[in-house]
Design a protein around this ligand. Structure first.
Ligand code: SAM
Ligand code: SF4
Length: 327
């Protein structure tokens, strides 16, 4: 076992967000422009071998959980094979996806060692879903969710972002639907990570407002022991069902953050909102040994800032949008 990944504030890093691609087959209005973005050229993407090697080094440094994300991670060719190799590294693997194609892949991913999945879904209204994602694919997302449940990828979690005047009237309907279907719903505050740099705090529904809306229909009681998890969980009408709220902006959880990120092109980021990245791909391809790569990872984590600083004077949104960092 290598020395753990600790930053200057004593936070030990055990959780990795690994982006498998920056491409996507939806165009959620808050995440991507209609025409998409300038995708990374294929030679710049880490290969499966490179990803497996880096995750192996990270696992030896104490990383225990790895969430595969993107862009849309299900677009990565040969995903079950990669999942099988990563699962063999003794890390718990989960996946964040828009659900398209999950109906086809859920069982193979489960068989390969995937443990859990989070599916993003912001509206249950077909026309609104189409307007929000610029694709008429609600049916595929719902089929993907059902397939995930049938494959035993439990608990199946659903992530929803609420925006004022767009889908904020659906908070309670989304929760009722999730309760009926047996999915664990989490609302996530919208963050300033869009490529258009159009985020506006007034459009975002914050945790207080989300909880107030849900509170009109249900009694919510906090679930104790949050640990380093970003979501605050609440029992719905006494439980056992719960609902989560991720108040990244209004209730930051930076002091307990145990997370680092690796982009699809091999850049380490110690925070979603970091302005700097550390390149691992160049040394990796130049023949660096594991110890050298581990040192670079240690330095990258050591330089992590105390908090994301949203709302503070001087806050500047990172250059990469969420989809290219790995949300
Ligand atoms: N394509 C996959 C998906 O949609 O689940 C994985 C990547 S996506 C960037 C991961 C999550 O980030 C999604 O739940 C999406 O709603 C969320 N997201 C994207 N932009 C966001 C923003 N500006 N603020 C908060 N969440 C955002
Ligand atoms: Fe694609 Fe996910 Fe971004 Fe939507 S939120 S455009 S599904 S990366």
């Amino acid at each position: 076992m290598q020395a753990p990944l600790v930053d200057g504030f004593g936070r030990v890093h055990t959780d990795l967000r690994l982006s498998l691609t920056d491409r996507c087959n939806l165009r959620c209005t808050y995440c991507m422009p209609a025409e998409g973005l300038d995708w990374l050229p294929k030679p710049e993407l880490l290969t499966d071998d490179e990803m497996v090697r880096l995750v192996g080094i990270l696992a030896a440094m104490g990383v225990r959980t790895v969430r595969l994300t993107g862009g849309e991670p299900l677009l990565r060719p040969g995903l079950p094979g990669l999942v099988e190799r990563l699962a063999a590294l003794d890390v718990a693997l989960s996946l964040t996806t828009n659900g398209l194609g999950l109906a086809r892949q859920a069982q193979a991913l489960r068989d390969a060692g995937l443990r859990r999945v989070n599916v993003s879904l912001d509206s249950l209204m077909p026309e609104r879903f189409t307007a929000l994602t610029r694709r008429d694919r609600l049916h595929d997302v719902l089929a993907g969710l059902a397939a995930a449940k049938a494959a035993g990828l439990e608990p199946v979690k659903v992530n929803a972002v609420l925006m004022r005047g767009v889908n904020d009237d659906e908070a309670s309907d989304l929760l009722q639907w999730a309760l009926d279907e047996g999915y664990a719903l989490r609302f996530i505050e919208q963050m300033p990570l869009d490529p258009q740099h159009g985020w506006n705090r007034d459009t975002m529904l914050d945790a207080d407002e989300i909880l107030a809306r849900l509170g009109e229909r249900w009694t919510l009681t906090p679930v104790p022991s949050r640990g380093s998890a970003p979501a605050e969980e609440f029992y719905v009408d006494g439980g056992p069902a719960t609902v989560g709220v991720v108040g990244s902006v209004s209730r930051p959880f930076c002091s307990a953050c145990d997370r680092l990120r690796l982009t699809a092109d091999g850049q380490v980021r110690n925070c979603l909102f970091a302005r700097e990245e550390s390149d691992l791909r160049a040394p990796l391809r130049a023949g660096a040994c594991d110890e050298e790569l581990a040192d670079r990872l240690r330095v990258a984590v050591a330089g992590k800032k105390k908090g994301h600083g949203i709302g503070e004077p001087g806050f500047v949104q990172p250059d990469r949008p969420m989809s290219a960092i790995g949300g």
